[in-house]
Design a protein around this ligand. Sequence first.
Ligand code: AKG
Ligand code: FE2
Length: 365
Amino acid sequence: MDKQAFQEEPPFPEGLNLAQLEVIDYDKLVNDPDSDEARRLFEACKHYGFFYLKLDHSEKGQQLLDLVKETFTLQKKVFDLPSEEKRPYDTGQFLGYTAPGGTVIDRNGTRDRMEVWNIGKDDIMQPGYSIPKPPLLLDSQKILQTFTQSCHEVALTILAALESLLDLPKGTFADLHRLSAESGDHVRFLKVPPQPDTDRRTALGEHTDFGSITVLFNRLSGLRVVEPGRQYGENDWDEWPWVQPRPGHAIINLGDALVKFTNGLFRSNVHRVDPPLGTQKLVDRYSLIYFSRPRDDVVLKRLPGSGVIPPLADGVVEEELTSKEWIERRAAGKRHGKFKGPEHWDRMSGTESASKAKASPLVAV
Ligand SMILES: O=C(O)CCC(=O)C(=O)O
Ligand SMILES: [Fe+2]
């Protein structure tokens, strides 16, 4: 049996230019946050800002993989609900349901080719929140809670290893990302349906994630990233490397908050989702994602007290934006009805230009 293939999915297409991402062992990070593995993680965060997290040979990791399987089944059932049952939950807000074509994916206002359900962490963990949901999701509170706790733990484990190498006081990141504090963390169900051969387009446009650590599970081709240091012209759109999902692994990427905390030492890589290729183009593409973000009230600025984080350049004054304000600004006009044109789009951007410009070489550990 090919260990790199998902048995229940059509095979990953051959001959694609693949992103060469590091593989980091979750078990080693859990057991020794000061190991060589942590140093490799640190280098991967400076270089690609994306890496694989190997989960399948530890008990904790395997528990998460079992949950992922269960949650994939749940999301399929949720998206299989008839449109009229889903539509009432599409209120134009970031959290809740977004029907296909409900967001714009570029500065020209092109519509997406995906279906999304964003479920807030506070809604999942705090019973009083209760954003309206269909019975299927209300009945699944327990599995969503366990998935949230498990992914949050993954994020904190990664952050603890990074914190030590950033020479920050122990517990800095744990405090900035408390599970019990209000924050923009959320679970995302994402479905990209097959597209006709005559009209195939990017499903989710290029972007950086807004928060700290993204824990992503997908099974098909589609995800594409920017190769560090490579400058892409308009015509090189099809040269972005593809990320091949690996059974037993999560794909992890860093978001804007970590770029801001580290004054650009870490990279929040620009990525997008194209329709799958080969025989994978015939089936629905699902992803299951946990976005971890700093507490709502945290101001996204260079963290003090580290000799490793580069100092601000002379004359640079950082903006005073909280994590909540940052997410609102970035998400604000992406809903189709709220989009106000290319300049408006540019004002919603995050750390994309820094991500594309910078290239820290991968240092071997
Ligand atoms: O589906 C994927 O592979 C990536 C999705 C993504 O980048 C996102 O939802 O922010
Ligand atoms: Fe993303």
